[in-house]
Design a protein around this ligand. Structure first.
Ligand code: NAP
Ligand code: HSE
Length: 327
């Protein structure tokens, strides 16, 4: 048996996702050893180190002092926000180290500064779009061979959950509160219901398969918070479901990205994704229709994407690179 290489990890954030990441890292130790790596958790950065948390990782130490991050090999950021995490990422990336994140807002809005590190494969971000449902991996490898025709998807678990619950008769407010309690919603849930979170994710997808510089500002956004009362039930009576649909398609020769509540026939593959699920239908000229579906929000499924990224790194697979040609 070969000698194990040590990998020092710094975890930033230990809420819904971070606590599940700890539990999964502990659970999969043997798998990392089989890849010749021994994981060493150097510490966990949080706001309040004394807060009670639910996770299974014996000996994890918590702090609100980020200095320990200087000594880590890999940063796993699951804290959220833009400016604060960016300040933590920057010196780490400049030093040539690896970052794994689920932070689609920061990736979508600070892409230009991050491009050199993305090109070098230093940033892994599978969990930032569709949580642990592997769409970034597919978009950055096999699906690239096909000429893109169209993409449509639901990319926000909170909205999907709210709309599905409303179909069962629950009120919008009640369903939103439950989505927050279940850990699906962002700290600021207007990002979910206003469509901003879906727009962040759609921008990242656009950069993975049609244009590496697709600007966040090009996405047209309408949220489910604009739906008139009774719209969900009215759609149901017509055999339809309302979903916060994200689309990427050519309009007058230009790729247009759009997020908007849309009526879909209940037999439409995307309408079949209920609860916190996401669904994505990719159409390529050569590959035809491809459907991806799975949980789009929640602690364990997101942790699965993050820990999967860490395994890719240990296996010598670089982080996903933006598409190299404008399609
Ligand atoms: P969360 O439950 O609110 O957890 C955030 C964590 O970050 C908390 O542990 C908090 O510390 C810590 N934190 C916040 N600000 C900090 C600061 N200034 N300094 C140090 N620590 C700070 O959030 P989450 O739901 O786990 O989401 C985290 C990230 O994953 C976000 O980018 C989100 O968009 C993304 N994401 C979430 C999901 C999901 O289903 N929840 C899915 C995919 C991606 P305290 O605990 O001490 O307050
Ligand atoms: N708030 C996000 C959602 C978390 O509901 O989809 C997953 O990115």
């Amino acid at each position: 048996m070969s000698e194990l290489k040590t990998l020092k990890i710094g975890l930033v954030g230990c809420g819904t996702v971070g606590s599940s990441v700890l539990t999964m890292l502990n659970r999969q130790r043997e798998l990392f050893r089989s890849l010749d790596y021994e994981l060493i958790l150097e510490g966990v950065l949080v706001r309040d180190p004394l807060q009670a948390r639910e996770f299974d990782y014996p000996g994890a130490t918590f702090t609100n002092d980020p200095h320990f991050l200087e000594g880590v090999d890999i940063l796993i950021e699951v804290m959220g926000g833009i400016e604060r995490p960016y300040q933590l990422w920057k010196p780490h990336l400049e030093a040539g180290k690896v970052l794994i994140t689920a932070n689609k807002a920061l990736l979508a809005e600070r892409w230009e500064e991050l491009r050199p590190y993305l090109e070098k494969g230093q940033i892994y971000f599978e969990a930032s779009v569709m949580a642990g449902t592997p769409i970034i991996a597919a978009m950055s490898t096999i699906l690239r061979a096909s000429t893109p025709v169209r993409l449509e998807a639901t990319l926000n678990g909170t909205c999907n959950y709210i709309l599905s619950e409303m179909e069962k008769g629950r009120s919008y407010q009640d369903a939103l509160l439950e989505a927050q309690r279940l850990g699906y919603a962002e700290t600021d849930p207007t990002l979910d219901v206003g469509g901003g979170d879906s727009a962040h994710k759609l921008t990242l997808l656009a950069r993975m398969f049609i244009d590496p510089d697709y600007a966040f500002e090009r996405v047209s956004v309408t949220g489910i918070d604009t739906l008139p009362e009774g719209a969900v039930q009215e759609a149901l009576e017509r055999g339809e479901k309302i979903r916060l649909l994200c689309t990427l398609e050519r309009e007058e020769g230009r790729w247009q990205a759009k997020v908007a509540p849309t009526r879909l026939h209940r037999s439409h593959p995307i309408a079949k994704a209920d609860s916190n699920f996401n669904a994505l239908l990719f159409t390529g000229e050569e590959c035809g229709n491809m459907l991806f579906m799975g949980s789009g929000a929640g602690g364990m499924v997101t942790a699965s994407g993050i820990v999967g990224d860490l395994m890719c790194h240990c296996d010598g697979i670089p982080g996903p690179r933006p598409v190299s040609l404008v399609r």
